[in-house]
Design a binder for this molecule. Structure first.
Ligand code: GTP
Ligand code: SPV
Ligand code: MN
Length: 596
């Protein structure tokens, strides 16, 4: 066995213990060096975990294919393992820690035989910032190591931090047999521990991301008085140089990445806005001594959705992924570049699809369905540092002050393009009652509407009723509130066509949001919140039929009263735990909808 590069007893004991369980042939400590990364890449090419891409056109880029039943987060195999079931709440799968460890131990036992166990010390957030959390992930997957090197701060400096803090989140991962029947994603918030086995898919195995930075972090955040959220963070620079920061929670594959790095649309160019990307998936926020809310992005990379990414929808991302990027489950072209549905350029005449099979456009499977070149949840892992809009404040320990919080979902009907909450408590109600149509980001029924409070349904590490209470409490601790808004880019007309062009045009809505924050425009009161007055969303240069905007901002009272039934059913799941304030908001909304 290799030498330990640390004297920390907790860490050494734990690594030894896990190695006895998993029985790897060897243990390698990841030091964050370029040389070690290159060695791992070479080994991954030799073992066929990675395929090298065109060195001239995609320098430093690789392709990886997962098992066909391992392409998205498996929420039904994801558990919160607290001693009391009640602490996991009605929205989480629960297992007792004793049973969970026992079940998983059987799968982990000897799982790393003939493999190397990598020890990855990582920091979520700048190393040493009081905002940051340290984790150590043990894994038998080089793909995981190489992804973690992009997504988190990894290496020596982190080890020194572990020694200083004498504490870290214990993250154990093994591919084991990649058997979906022996797959478990287990969280033990009370032990600061994560065990993931039987998967090789991003959200299940890059344990710093959803598992630590959302599920474990949300639990810690509740205890320590801050917020861990599924949110993008972006800065909007006005022509005078002033930058206003916003955070937005949209469910998986609902447009966080696109919004976080948009380029101003043609019609607004004259106004001279510039967008700065702080993060596209996770925000850690706390109330600072100035009484306002400050946010950091704990990650250093993007794990973005490939399909639909092109120079029109997301030019900054197209630029970012030209180098140092790992592509997962996309099409391999004969010239060793990659392609996906909705990518730039012509549809390739042939290639190797995400399942490793020869592919041609228009191919059909045995059931007559079109064979996709890339999996709908195919992704790329790429460093934020390569993004042209990367904010200069990414590494600042303090983060950025937040002026507005935006909640949003994918709703074909009902919710308007944008509306503003009456106050913080009403804003929390908007977040708590969010709903969205399911996407390919998790295994399950596409398109089905489910309630997804604050886009955290799959990621809250404790009872969501307590989470709502925590949001209400945070509001009481601030003297300068961000305003809370709700947006929906996905409303459709009778023919199912999107009413709003979306993507870069969304800046027009952000502009209204900031104008509201800065008291520059009035708004129109409606039963559900404040709506923009006609003319207050700048549509310069946009060819949007007038009736579209009317439809986008219309409120169908009957449909809203119907929606209340779904909300009531959802709230009732929390029994007496649901904060009374939210029932009050519910009754007030009901009354407003029935009035006038
Ligand atoms: P996760 O990484 O899964 O947490 O999701 P995300 O919210 O970052 O998702 P992403 O931005 O990658 O969303 C991708 C999907 O949203 C693609 O299908 C895009 O085409 C679609 N999308 C993004 N913005 C818009 C928009 O403004 N309008 C419409 N209609 N679609 C959009
Ligand atoms: C999501 O599904 O919300 C993601 C991708 O951001 S994953 O990390 O796979 O969960
Ligand atoms: Mn996400």
């Amino acid at each position: 066995m290799t030498k330990f590069p640390t004297h920390n007893k907790k860490l050494k004991d734990w690594v030894n213990k896990m190695a006895r369980l998993c029985e790897p042939d060897d243990i390698v400590w990841i030091d964050g060096s370029e040389a070690q990364k290159e060695t791992l890449e070479q080994e991954a090419l030799a073992s066929a975990e990675l395929i090298e891409l065109n060195k001239e056109r995609l320098p430093g880029c690789f392709l990886h294919r997962t098992a066909v039943d391992d392409v998205a987060r498996t929420e039904h195999l994801t558990y919160i393992c607290t001693r009391r079931k009640h602490d996991a709440g009605p929205t989480n799968n629960w297992m007792s820690p004793r049973q969970a460890y026992k079940k998983a131990r059987e799968i982990f036992k000897g799982a790393m035989k003939a493999r190397t166990m990598y020890v990855i010390p990582f920091s979520m957030g700048p190393v040493g910032s009081e905002f940051s959390k340290i984790g150590v992930e043990l894994t038998d997957s080089r793909y995981v190591v190489l992804n973690m090197l992009i997504m988190a701060r990894v290496g020596e400096a982190v080890l020194r931090q572990v020694e200083k803090e004498d504490d870290f989140t214990r993250c154990l991962h093994s591919k084991a047999q990649l058997d979906i029947n022996k797959r478990l994603i287990l969280h033990f918030p009370e032990d600061n521990t994560i065990w993931s086995v039987g998967s090789g898919y991003g959200g299940n195995v890059l344990l710093g991301k959803k598992c630590l930075s959302l599920r474990i972090a949300s639990f810690l955040a509740k205890k320590e008085g801050w917020l861990a959220e599924h949110m993008l963070i972006m800065g909007i620079e006005e022509p005078n140089g002033h930058i206003e920061y916003i955070a937005a929670a949209f469910p998986s594959a609902c447009g966080k990445t696109n919004l976080a790095m948009l380029l101003p649309p043609e019609g607004l160019k004259a106004k001279g806005y510039r967008i700065w990307t702080v993060g596209d998936d996770i925000a850690w926020m706390r109330v600072d001594s100035d009484g306002s809310l400050w946010a950091v992005n704990p990650e250093t990379g993007f794990f973005g959705v490939a399909p639909g990414t092109n120079s029109e929808t997301n030019p900054n991302m197209v630029e970012t992924i030209k180098k140092d990027t790992i592509f997962t489950n996309v099409l391999l072209k004969p010239d060793k570049t990659v392609w996906w549905e909705g990518a730039d350029g012509e549809v390739p005449a042939e290639g190797i699809d995400w399942q490793g099979q020869p592919w041609k456009p228009g191919m059909r499977d045995s059931q007559g369905n079109t064979v996709k070149a890339a999996h709908p949840n195919s992704r790329f892992t790429t460093p934020i540092a390569n993004c042209p809009s990367a904010s200069f404040r990414i590494h600042q320990h303090h983060g950025v002050p937040i002026s507005a919080i935006i909640f949003g979902g994918r709703r074909a009907h009902l919710t308007p393009l944008v509306y503003e909450s009456f106050n913080w408590q009403h804003g929390v109600f908007l977040g708590a009652t969010m709903a969205s149509e399911l996407t390919a980001a998790q295994m399950g029924k596409l398109g089905q509407v489910r309630r997804d409070p604050m886009a955290m349904f799959p990621f809250c590490g404790y009872n969501m009723a307590d989470y709502f209470r925590h949001w209400l409490d945070i509001g009481k601790r601030m003297s300068k509130y961000p305003k809370i808004f709700h947006v929906n880019w996905f409303r459709t007309d009778e023919k199912g066509k999107f009413l709003w062009p979306g993507f870069c045009e969304n800046l027009r809505v952000l502009e209204w949001i900031l104008d509201r924050y800065n008291n520059k425009v009035e708004a129109q009161k409606s039963p559900i919140g404040y709506l923009p007055k006609s003319g207050d969303i700048d549509l310069t240069g946009l060819d949007l039929p007038k009736e579209n905007l009317e439809k986008l901002l219309s409120i169908d009272r009957k449909a809203w009263l119907e929606e209340l039934k779904g909300i009531k059913e959802f709230f009732r799941k929390f029994k007496q735990d649901l904060p009374q304030e939210l029932w009050q908001e519910f009754r007030d909304l009901q009354q407003r909808l029935k009035q006038d």
